[in-house]
Ligand binder design. Structure first.
Ligand code: PLP
Length: 359
C-alpha cells in the first residue's frame, strides 16, 4: 500500500543513545537539555533568531495569537488544514477569509484590504505546500493598517525567500513537526518570534503562564515539547541533507512526467522549494474522483488536501463564500511523496495518472 506520505524514521541506534541518556537523567520533560539543544541547532539550521519548541503546530498557532493579544476579526485563508482556522475560533477570534490565487493556492493579496475593518487585528496567511506567500505585499498592508501578521508556516520548513529564511517575515511564524512533515519530532511544533520583547511572554504562555515559583503573570497553557520528541528532532536534523536529496528526486520526476498533463501550482520565483508536497489540480471534481479511485484500486492513496474549503465549516461566523478555494478544493490531489518512495512505484503512479487525466 502506498499512502500520501510515510513517516521517516532516522537511525535507530542513534535514537536509542538519546533514550539511554534520558533514562540516566530521568529528565523527560519541562524544558530539558535535549529541547534546549534542539532549539539552538534549529535556530542555526533555519537561520532564525528566536525559536520556541512546543507540543504541536496547532498549539503553536494558539500561542502566537495569545502572545500578540489578537482580538476580534482575523483575515486568513480558506485553503489550508483545518487547524489554521479552528485555532482562531477556539481562541475567540473570527476568521474572515480572503480567497486564494488559483495559480499559487496562497491567499490572494489583492483581496485582503477590502476585508479590513476597525475590528480586524491580524492577518494569518499560510505558505501552502511550502510555497512562499507574497510576503512583501502582506507586510505593506499590515503596516498601513497596523495589523499583526502570523504566518502558518507548518509546511515551510527550511524555505528561503530571497536568500533568507521565510520564517523571518511577519511578527511570528509557526511550524508543525508532526510525523507526516518532512522534518518531524513525532508530535511537535515551533514558534519563530521576530520581536525579541515578545519571547519571554511566549515562554510563560507555553508553561501555564508561570514566570517563577512565586509569579504567574500570564494566562497560559501546557504546550511543552518533551525530551523523547526533541531526541527524534535531533536525529532527524542529522539526516536532513539526505532526506532533501531523496525528496527532490521524487518531486522532479513527478514534475518532468506530469507537467502539461495536469496543472501544477505556480511556485513563488523568489523562494526555494522544500519538496514537501506534490499537489496536482485536475480539470473538475469528476475527473479528480475518477483518478483517485483508479489509484485506490491499485492500493495507492493520494489525499484530497485541502478538502473541504474552510469557508464551508459549519462553526464559522459570519458565514462566508470563497469560490476560488471551493473550486480548487474540489479538484486537487496531493500525490505520494516521501524519501523512500521507489522509482518503480512512482512510475506506476505516474502511468495511472497519464491514463486517467483525460488527455
Ligand atoms: C497548514 C497547517 N497548519 C497547522 C497544522 C497543525 O499542525 P499539528 O498537526 O502539528 O498540530 C497543520 C498540520 O498538518 C498544517 O498542515
Amino acid at each position: 500500500m502506498i499512502k500520501v506520505t510515510k513517516t521517516y524514521l532516522p537511525n535507530k541506534e542513534k535514537y536509542q543513545k538519546y533514550v539511554d541518556k534520558i533514562f540516566e537523567s530521568s529528565w523527560i520533560t519541562n524544558n530539558g537539555p535535549l529541547v534546549k539543544e534542539l532549539e539552538i541547532r534549529l535556530a542555526e539550521y533555519l537561520g532564525v533568531k528566536n525559536i520556541i519548541l512546543v507540543a504541536n503546530g496547532t498549539v503553536a498557532l494558539e500561542i502566537a495569537y495569545r502572545t500578540l493579544g489578537l482580538k476580534g476579526y482575523v483575515i486568513t485563508t480558506p485553503f489550508s488544514f483545518v487547524a489554521t482556522t479552528s485555532s482562531l475560533v477556539t481562541n475567540g477570534l473570527h476568521p474572515i477569509f480572503a480567497d486564494i490565487d488559483p495559480r499559487t493556492l496562497n491567499m490572494d493579496t489583492n483581496k485582503i484590504e477590502e476585508l479590513i475593518t476597525p475590528n480586524t487585528s491580524a492577518i494569518v496567511p499560510v505558505h501552502v505546500f511550502g510555497n512562499a506567500c507574497e510576503v512583501e505585499a502582506i507586510g505593506e498592508i499590515a503596516k498601513k493598517h497596523d495589523l499583526k501578521v502570523v504566518y502558518d508556516a507548518a509546511h515551510a520548513f527550511d524555505v528561503k525567500y530571497k536568500g533568507v529564511s521565510i520564517l523571518n517575515y511577519g511578527d511570528i511564524s509557526t511550524l508543525s513537526f508532526h510525523a507526516t512533515k518532512l522534518f518531524h519530532t513525532i508530535e511537535g511544533g515551533a514558534l519563530i518570534i521576530n520581536d525579541d520583547s515578545l519571547v519571554k511572554k511566549a515562554r510563560y504562555l507555553i508553561n501555564f503562564g508561570i514566570e517563577s515559583p512565586m509569579s504567574i503573570p500570564e494566562l497560559g497553557t501546557n504546550a511543552k515539547m518533551n525530551e523523547f520528541e526533541a531526541a527524534m528532532g535531533l536525529c532527524m536534523l542529522d539526516e536532513m541533507e539526505d532526506i532533501s536529496k531523496k525528496r527532490k528526486a521524487v518531486y522532479e520526476r513527478y514534475e518532468k512526467e506530469l507537467r502539461g498533463l495536469v496543472e501544477i501550482p505556480a511556485q513563488n520565483l523568489h523562494s526555494t522549494q522544500n519538496y514537501g508536497y506534490f499537489p496536482v489540480v485536475l480539470k473538475n471534481e469528476e475527473q479528480t474522483l475518477a483518478l483517485e479511485q483508479a489509484l485506490n484500486e491499485k492500493e495507492i492513496f493520494p489525499r484530497r488536501y485541502f478538502y473541504p474549503s474552510l469557508d464551508t465549516l459549519k462553526y464559522i461566523e459570519p458565514k462566508q463564500y470563497s469560490p476560488v478555494s471551493r473550486d480548487i478544493s474540489s479538484r486537487i490531489l496531493v500525490l505520494p511523496l516521501y524519501p523512500e518512495l521507489e522509482e518503480k512505484d512512482q512510475m506506476n503512479i505516474i502511468n495511472i495518472i497519464k491514463e486517467n487525466s483525460g488527455i
